[in-house]
Structure formats: C-alpha cells, structure tokens
Design a protein around this ligand. Structure first.
Ligand SMILES: Nc1ncnc2c1ncn2[C@@H]1O[C@H](COP(=O)(O)OP(=O)(O)OP(=O)(O)O)[C@@H](O)[C@H]1O
Ligand SMILES: [Mg+2]
Length: 257
C-alpha cells in the first residue's frame, strides 16, 4: 500500500531523512518511534506529499508523483501533529471538511457525505459536541475531532502523527481499538507516530525506530522495544517487561545518591 525507497529529505540546510526504505502492506499497521527531532513527523509529511524529497514513493502501487491532489486525498488521510483549525469552525463543519475530496468542485455534500460525517462523529463520541466551536473544546476532545475528520475522509490509508498524546488512558484505548477494528474489517492501512512505546507495541504489527533521520531498528515490538535500544537511542533508563509477548516499557528512576 505504501512503499518508500531510498528516501532523503532536506529541510533548510539539514538532512532530516537519510536514505530510508519503508514498506507496508494493505491492512498493516506501522508505528514510527524515535526521540524528539528524529524525523518522524517529516516522514509522515513526506508520505502525505507535503514535503519534497528524493527517492521513490509508491501509494497503492502507483507513483505518488503521478497523483493529483484530489486523487491523493482520496487515497490518504493525514492528521498532523500540530493542526491548523479554521477560526470559528464548528465540529460538524470541520469533520465535513474531510469529505472535500469526494465533493465536486463548487458542489454540495450529498447523503453519503453526511452519513460518513455522522458515522465518524458517533464512533468518536462527538455527537453531543457537533455544534460546538472546535476552538472551545478540551485538548482531548479536539484530538478526537481531528481523527473523526480523517475517518470521515474514508481513505484506505491513514497517517496519524501522535494521535493519542492528549487523550486520557480510556480514550487512548478506544481510539486505537477503533482504528484497529477498521484495519481488520475494512483493510485500513495505518501509519502512526508516537512516544507511547507500550501502546505502539500493543497495536502496531511493526515498528520502525528512527534516530537522526535514519532507520536504526525495524521489526516487531519485541525486537525494537528493548532496554538496550531505548538506552542507546533515547538515552532513557527503562525496564521492559513482557506481557504475553508484548513489551511494556516502564521508565525507572536512578536511586538518588
Ligand atoms: N523547516 C525546517 N527547517 C529546518 N529544520 C527542520 C524544519 N522542519 C523540521 N526540521 C528539523 O527536522 C528534524 C526532524 O523534525 P520532525 O518534526 O520530523 O521530528 P519528530 O521526530 O517528529 O520529533 P517530535 O518527537 O519532537 O515530534 C528536527 O530536528 C527539526 O528541527
Ligand atoms: Mg513529530
């Protein structure tokens, strides 16, 4: 569904992504992890066609460069780490923006668009907030609105940049379960970035650990989330405990002397 070959991205005079290869099958879930500044958001933005780079990008078997904006948006829904929300936008209108690639230029939304919006609002428990201004919502409510917009878009590939950072533990699980359900039932292909390593290991089938713009480890959660890797690449002191084959990452504090 997505295939990056030998991808490099320069921003300003910095090499931010350095010759990456990433491949993901339809219905797969890839989580990109790595310390601050490693290049995770840049990689998602490259996949979404929002930053230029060298190398090859194929989406659904087609060269990304041959896709028009509308075609690309029908294929990919992208939720940025720091979204721009139009002033005064109500939740309902904002989620409806996700349907833009399906509505003819100067056309109006049809019953399918309305149904997709209501379905996304219901799935993310936002029905009661539909008339509220997005700017008036709490951080976690707003994050659910962004995900609702992406789901309403109905694209087969979804890129989510740190989608659960503002969510409480219950909503984190609900949102990730919902995405996993769509992955299994509708073959949604999912790429996420996250700093929640335990959750990454519970939901993604594959993890890529980025460090200074390079992929340094690529594999299953148990291969990537080791105490050694997290010490080496995050400079973190953690214990990794096995929970039925899934690693649980616990930060530990050095005993003060
Ligand atoms: N426009 C730009 N010009 C120069 N450098 C940039 C630009 N945009 C991003 N960078 C740099 O590229 C590097 C990667 O940024 P990116 O946002 O991809 O990191 P990240 O892994 O998502 O980090 P975080 O965990 O903090 O979200 C950072 O060092 C950042 O400062
Ligand atoms: Mg980022």
């Amino acid at each position: 569904m997505i295939c990056c070959r030998d991808v490099s991205v320069h921003l300003g005079d910095r090499l931010v992504l350095d010759r990456l290869d990433v491949e993901l099958q339809r219905g797969g879930w890839l989580s990109i992890v790595g310390p601050n500044g490693a290049g995770k958001s840049t990689l998602l933005r490259y996949m979404a066609g929002l930053v230029p780079g060298s190398g090859e990008l194929h989406l659904d078997g087609r060269r990304a460069g041959t896709l028009g904006r509308r075609e690309r948006a029908q294929l990919i829904a992208y939720v940025p780490q720091v979204p721009i929300i139009p002033d005064g936008a109500r939740v309902l209108d904002y989620v409806l923006l996700g349907r833009t690639p399906h509505i003819r230029p100067l056309g109006v939304e049809g019953p399918r668009d309305i149904a997709a919006v209501h379905d996304a609002l219901a799935r993310l428990e936002l029905v009661e907030l539909a008339e509220r201004e997005v700017a008036s919502l709490s951080g976690g409510e707003r994050q659910r609105v962004l995900i609702a917009r992406a789901l309403a878009q109905g694209s087969p590939l979804i890129l989510l940049d740190e989608p659960t950072t503002a969510l409480d533990v219950g909503h984190q699980q609900q949102v990730l379960e919902l995405i996993d359900d769509l992955r299994r039932t509708a073959e949604l292909t999912v790429v996420t970035t996250t700093h929640d390593l335990t959750l990454a290991g519970q939901y993604a089938e594959r993890l890529v650990l980025l460090h200074q713009g390079r992929i340094v480890v690529d594999g299953r959660a148990s291969d990537v989330l080791t105490e050694e890797n997290l010490a080496r690449y995050y400079d973190a002191r953690v214990r990794v405990v096995d929970d039925g084959g899934r690693p649980v990452v616990i930060p530990v504090r050095a005993v003060p002397t």
